[in-house]
Structure formats: structure tokens, C-alpha cells
Design a protein around this ligand. Structure first.
Ligand SMILES: Nc1ncnc2c1ncn2[C@@H]1O[C@H](COP(=O)(O)OP(=O)(O)OP(=O)(O)O)[C@@H](O)[C@H]1O
Ligand SMILES: [Mg+2]
Length: 272
């Protein structure tokens, strides 16, 4: 009881700190984005390749800082969800575009990541904050590319699924991508609420990267859990988890060391 109270106080203090640091970062980011914009204007008049290299580096770092800031504000609950009826298609297209653009630097260094998006045209509409869905997909997509240091394949796939299928996936876990018999695949589930009877939107984000150490699977969604030392803050998955469970959705993670990882989000379909 005492421990629980202590943890809650600590998280609340971290929340306040994140909110105030976040506001400072917002101002700094405005300056950075202005710099990127000026650079873009200058690039229109000159062909110097150093300028486009500088632009790539600056815009990539700026968008990573932007994502970190928004993850922090989401987790500190400074921002409230504005739920609207949303179709996932445009959000997914934008996510793929942004990840592709961010990989341009790696491509020059010989790292090739093939990104594909498979969309079922009959996917259900969901009621949620489109910006937060975009950030969730971006967090998951960037994690996947981080997990493929020498390149690989990243696949986003969406379709509708029945409540029974959701329950079967969450309890069995095992519709593993490559082989359902391979004992190397482990899974972990985050449940948002009791399962409702409605259809769900299912989004799979799959990579063939390093996979996740089974010892780390249970800790993935804990704020500040990261294996990336100074390159990661460990807030991405915590923000994804908060977003999905707040919308009564569920997450299934399947992973095998040296094979890859699949994150599956289930979001309940909206009736209107
Ligand atoms: N697709 C993946 N493949 C392998 N490991 C993963 C994958 N996705 C997440 N992880 C593991 O989960 C950890 C937590 O991810 P999370 O996105 O919360 O933090 P992060 O990426 O380290 O930092 P950031 O706050 O910048 O996102 C990662 O450090 C990594 O160890
Ligand atoms: Mg991350």
C-alpha cells in the first residue's frame, strides 16, 4: 500500500516535471522549425549538396524531438483526447511517408528498409484522436526501424476483425507471422477493458529485426524502460499503451529474438 502510494506520487511528480520541461521544449522547437523552413527556402536557390544534407539531419532530428515532446505531454496528461470518427487510411499513408523520409540518411549509409502498407478497403471507422493514432503508429514504426540496424522489412497491415477473433488472439497470442510452431515466439498482452461485442480495427506493425529479449517483454510499456541508452527515453510505448487502453483497445506483442517483432493494436469500431 505504502509502495503503491509512493509510486503514484513519483509518477505524478514526473508528470508535472514533464509538463513544464515540455513547454520549454515547445518554444525551442518553434525556433528549430523556423530554421528548417529558412534552409528549405535557401535550397530553392542553390544546388549545394551540403545544404540538403544539413536539411535532412535537421528535419529528422526536429521531428524526433517533436515526437518526444508530444509523448511527454500525452503521458503528463496535459493534452486531452479530442475523439472524432476517423478513417485510418490517410493517417497510415502519412506515417509511412514520414518514416521513409527519415530513413534517407541511413539509405545513404547503405541501410535499406523496405516499408509496405497493406490496407483492407473495408476497414471499420473508429472514434479517436487522429493525432494520437498517428503518433502511436509513428512510435511503433520508428521502433521497428531502430530494431533493424542493417536494414530489413517493415509492414503495416490493417483490417476489421470480429470480437471473437480478438479474444482468440489475446488469449492464445499465437498467430505468429512465420511459424506457429516455433517455440521462440513469445507474446505479451495489454488489455484496455473487458472485451466488448463490437468489431475491432486491427493494425499490425511487423518487422524482421532483432526481436525483443523475453526478459524485457513484460517491461515494454513501463515509462522510461529503454534498451537504447542515450538514444531512447522509453516513453514511446508508454504513450502508445495509454492511448490504446484509453480507447478501450488492446495490444498484443509477439516477438522472437533474431526473427522480429509484431505489435498488434485492436481498437473498437464506432457504431456511428
Ligand atoms: N520493434 C521492436 N523490436 C525490438 N525491440 C523493440 C521494438 N519496439 C520496442 N522495443 C523495445 O522496447 C523498448 C521501449 O520502447 P519505447 O518506444 O518505449 O522507448 P525507446 O524507443 O527506447 O525510446 P523513445 O522514448 O525515444 O521511443 C525499446 O528500447 C526496445 O528495447
Ligand atoms: Mg521508441
Amino acid at each position: 500500500m505504502q509502495d503503491e502510494l509512493h509510486t503514484r506520487e513519483r509518477l505524478s511528480a514526473i508528470g508535472h516535471a514533464m509538463a513544464s520541461v515540455g513547454h520549454c521544449m515547445k518554444n525551442m522547437l518553434t525556433g528549430l522549425k523556423g530554421g528548417v523552413f529558412l534552409l528549405e527556402r535557401t535550397m530553392e536557390d542553390t544546388k549545394d549538396s551540403r545544404l540538403s544534407d544539413a536539411h535532412l539531419l535537421l528535419s529528422r532530428s526536429t521531428s524526433r524531438i517533436n515526437l518526444l515532446l508530444l509523448n511527454m505531454l500525452d503521458l503528463s496528461r496535459e493534452r486531452r483526447a479530442g475523439a472524432v470518427l476517423t478513417s485510418v487510411q490517410g493517417i497510415l499513408d502519412e506515417t509511412v511517408q514520414v518514416i521513409r523520409a527519415g530513413l534517407a540518411v541511413e539509405r545513404e549509409n547503405g541501410k535499406e528498409v523496405e516499408i509496405q502498407a497493406r490496407l483492407d478497403p473495408a476497414i471499420p471507422m473508429v472514434r479517436l484522436d487522429p493525432e494520437r493514432l498517428y503518433r502511436a503508429l509513428l512510435n511503433l514504426g520508428l521502433n521497428a526501424t531502430d530494431a533493424m540496424p542493417s536494414g530489413g522489412r517493415l509492414l503495416f497491415e490493417t483490417r476489421g476483425t470480429s470480437a471473437q477473433e480478438v479474444e482468440a488472439s489475446l488469449t492464445g497470442g499465437f498467430d505468429a507471422p512465420d511459424s506457429t510452431l516455433d517455440p521462440a515466439w513469445r507474446f505479451v498482452v495489454m488489455r484496455g477493458s473487458q472485451l466488448s461485442s463490437v468489431r475491432h480495427l486491427r493494425i499490425d506493425i511487423r518487422d524482421n529485426g532483432t526481436g525483443i529479449d523475453p526478459e524485457n517483454l513484460q517491461q515494454l510499456f513501463r515509462p522510461f524502460f529503454s534498451t537504447k541508452s542515450s538514444k531512447g527515453t522509453g516513453l514511446g510505448l508508454a504513450a502508445v499503451c495509454q492511448f490504446v487502453t484509453e480507447h478501450d483497445g488492446h495490444i498484443l506483442v509477439l516477438s522472437a529474438l533474431n526473427h522480429g517483432t509484431r505489435f498488434t493494436l485492436f481498437l473498437p469500431e464506432s457504431s456511428e
